[in-house]
Design a protein around this ligand. Structure first.
Ligand code: ADP
Ligand code: TRP
Length: 321
């Protein structure tokens, strides 16, 4: 199966990104032809600070490889390093009805909030369609908020094929594990926009501090508590072994413990869980040439496929000789 997904470099990745998306991308590298890219052109619709965008893009690449994305198995690249994708965007834009984009929630939500939209934000789903179609992607794993955009890609591919003959593979989305909605430090969904995140590669000391600030109820020490509805327990479960989780659940049900104890246990398992990745990241960061070679090689492989599909599309619609 040819699988593709992109992730925007809008900030350092947090636990929600890892358990909700990154971990699945990494799993998909086994037994599939997989393309994973850092969507820096999409991030340009929100980040207007050159140094920050450059740094975020590099950080995203370091994080992904440190966490186990294997550049020998998956093609890892930066979106802007495959210029064919922006050329295809124009071909697709030319046959995309305004109404299709006006219906996209990502745009509608911002417009409804009175945020001034630029053409980049409005046409964002067309660039995303080009991202998908240019690699003949069959399956696109995404979070629930991106399903509509994959459907747009499928619509546009269908119209193009109808107008100009069979050109594009019709992609299908695959919703990433929705059960793993990771709670943030306030118990709401962990998200950059809620300011409740714990970053994967946060310094251990700072990470402990954030964990200690996770909100809890005012249950007295001696009272038992149902673990499954407690966000602190949910976070602990993400990192703990089955035996550790069962033991903690029993402690909750028995009562007589303090939340401080659970927080310390969470900090310990989380630190341990990412210890190897943290060491790998430090090693990669110390050798910038290596990361640069990985991304150059990824872009080279991606461009090879993108060039073929773009040529096919240009020929189909009559803009190639
Ligand atoms: P944020 O909400 O912090 O801005 P993004 O929207 O950039 O995060 O999410 C990138 C990916 O991580 C998406 O696939 C999204 O579904 C996943 N993700 C983000 N936060 C969570 C969470 N709390 N639980 C599960 N998955 C998440
Ligand atoms: N829009 C996606 C997001 O914000 C990122 C993305 C860009 C993407 N191009 C893509 C995801 C192509 C899947 C396929 O999360």
């Amino acid at each position: 199966m040819r699988v593709l997904s992109g992730i925007q470099p809008t900030g350092r990745f947090h636990w929600g990104n890892y358990f909700g998306a990154i971990r699945q991308y990494i799993d998909l590298q086994h037994g599939n032809e997989s393309y994973i890219f850092i969507a820096n052109l999409h991030a340009l619709t929100t980040i207007r600070d050159r140094d920050q965008l450059t740094q975020n893009t590099l950080d995203a690449a370091l994080d992904l490889v440190a966490l186990g994305l294997d550049p020998a198995k998956a093609t890892l690249f930066v979106q802007s390093e495959v210029p064919e994708v922006t050329e295809l965007t124009w071909l697709l834009m030319s046959i995309t009805p305004m109404g299709l984009l006006e219906r996209c929630v990502s745009y509608k939500d911002k417009a409804a909030k009175g945020i001034a939209a630029d053409a980049g934000l409005f046409t964002y789903p067309v660039l995303m369609s080009a991202d998908i179609l240019i690699y003949d992607s069959e399956v696109v794993p995404v979070g629930a908020d991106q399903i509509q955009h994959v459907e747009v890609a499928r619509d546009i591919a269908g119209s193009f094929n109808h107008l100009f003959g069979e050109t594009f593979v019709l992609p299908k989305y695959k919703v990433l594990e929705t059960a793993a909605k990771v709670p943030g430090t306030d118990g709401e969904k962990m998200s950059k926009s809620y300011n409740n995140t714990i970053e994967i590669f946060e310094e251990p000391k700072a990470m402990r501090k954030k964990i200690m600030r996770i909100t809890t109820d005012s249950r007295p020490m001696d009272q038992p508590k149902e673990p499954d509805t407690d966000h602190l327990f949910q976070l602990y479960s993400l990192f703990a072994s089955d035996a550790q989780r069962d033991e903690m659940a029993a402690l909750y049900r028995r009562g007589g413990f303090g939340y401080g104890q659970v927080k310390t246990a969470l900090a310990d398992v989380a630190e341990n869980y990412f210890a190897a990745a943290r060491a790998k990241r430090a090693e990669l960061a110390a050798n910038p040439q290596q990361m640069s070679d990985i991304l150059a090689d990824g872009a080279r492989r991606a461009r090879k496929k993108a060039g073929e599909v773009l040529a096919r599309a240009k020929k189909a619609c009559g803009v190639a000789r």
